[in-house]
Design a binder for this molecule. Structure first.
Ligand code: FES
Length: 64
């Protein structure tokens, strides 16, 4: 599902950015331009980022 229509960015692209070190919307904006045009996607992008961070931290917890 697209999160940012203006830049055709989907959830998977954002999840990939988080797995590569993005920690917030600002980081994802730098790498994918999310939120840099109309801004309608910022809230949804934030939610996707937080979910991805949560999944990564759980994975690291269980891998340790
Ligand atoms: S939908 Fe993301 S900047 Fe417009």
């Amino acid at each position: 599902m697209f999160v940012c229509i203006c830049h055709a960015v989907n959830e998977k692209a954002i999840q990939q950015a988080v797995s590569e070190g993005a920690k917030n919307v600002r980081d994802v904006r730098r790498s994918l331009n999310v939120g840099s045009q109309c801004g309608q996607c910022v809230r949804q992008a934030h939610e996707v980022i937080e979910q991805a961070k949560s999944l990564i931290s759980k994975t690291e917890f269980y891998a340790a």
